[in-house]
Design a protein around this ligand. Sequence first.
Ligand SMILES: [Zn+2]
Length: 73
Amino acid sequence: MSSAPTRVACPTCGNSVEWVPESEWRPFCSERCKIIDLGAWASEKYRVPITEDSDEPESDGPPIEPPVPKAAK
Ligand SMILES: [Zn+2]
C-alpha cells in the first residue's frame, strides 16, 4: 500500500540508499563510496600472495623428533 522505494545499505559506509533511478551510485550512497569500494577491490586484486618473510631459518635446529616415550614402570 505504500510506494516507498526499496532501500539498500551502502556497501561502503552502510548508509541507507534508496533504490531508485535517481540514486545514481546505488547500491552506494555516493560516488565517493563507490570509488572507495572499487579502490578496496583493486588493492585486494593486486595484492600478490607472497610471504615476505625471506629471513626464515632454513635448517636451524634439529628436525622434528618424535616424542620420547617415557619408560614408566
Ligand atoms: Zn556510502
